[in-house]
Design a protein around this ligand. Structure first.
Ligand code: DX5
Ligand code: ZN
Length: 215
């Protein structure tokens, strides 16, 4: 069970201290948005290159960008622990996953709420994780979409059949109220933005979320 707080909800003027505040988490989730794949703009490679040098935990980069084929390997080369691209944006998902791994990071693909998993099952051999979005990507603080839980279960079942060691990640609206449903459906990596950085103590929030899924 891995907790990956999303710095999208952190104070962007103090990212180093915001990362230090979640040193007890497993990863730090970094939402890269290009204002094309999603209608929002956040940060890109130069900022990730800087964050890698100060983060106490590996960076879990979630690329919500067009043409991840071109950009994703750069995040791996920058030292990200994991790089996730969207299948809706990738031109060649197999090549992109292989390029991420060749550059030394774990690779993952993400599915928007409207994107079915079935057509992408054959990619399981190329990645270390599947991200099932539980909100429409683009913004933090949205409501959890429980209608995505069957997809989480479907991915978990496919991973079981596949036999490999793959993580199933959920991202969007994950909180103390929703995290247990995600775990029951088969998720084992939990991204939480507002549920962590919206609290006075991010460390307390991480501890509480972890306790809910590690019981
Ligand atoms: C949304 C991002 C999420 C976001 C989650 O597009 O991918 O990672 O930060 O934020 P919360 O946890 O507030 O829904
Ligand atoms: Zn994300």
């Amino acid at each position: 069970m891995l907790i990956s707080p999303s710095i999208l909800a952190a104070d962007f003027a103090n990212l180093q201290s915001e990362l230090e505040a979640i040193a007890t988490a497993d990863w730090a989730h970094v939402d890269v948005m290009d204002n094309h794949f999603v209608p929002n703009l956040t940060l890109g490679l130069p900022v990730v290159e800087a964050l890698v040098t100060v983060s106490p935990v590996p960076l879990d980069c979630h690329l919500m960008i067009e043409d991840p084929d071109r950009w994703a390997p750069g995040y791996a080369e920058a030292g990200a622990g994991s790089v996730t691209f969207h299948v809706e944006a990738a031109h060649d998902a197999v090549a992109t996953a292989r390029a991420i791994r060749a550059a030394g990071a774990r690779a993952a693909f993400a599915l928007k709420p409207g994107t079915p998993f079935g057509p992408y099952e054959e990619l399981l051999g190329e990645v270390d994780m599947v991200l099932v979005m539980t909100v429409e990507p683009g913004f933090g603080g949205q409501s959890f979409m429980s209608d995505q839980l069957p997809k989480v279960a479907q991915v978990r079942e496919a991973v079981r059949r596949h036999g490999g060691e793959l993580w199933v990640q959920v991202d969007g609206g994950v909180s103390a109220e929703t995290i247990e449903q995600c775990a029951e459906a088969g998720a084992d990596v939990f991204v939480a933005g507002s549920a962590v950085y919206g609290r006075d103590s991010a460390a307390d929030a991480v501890r509480e979320l972890r306790a809910l899924v590690e019981r």
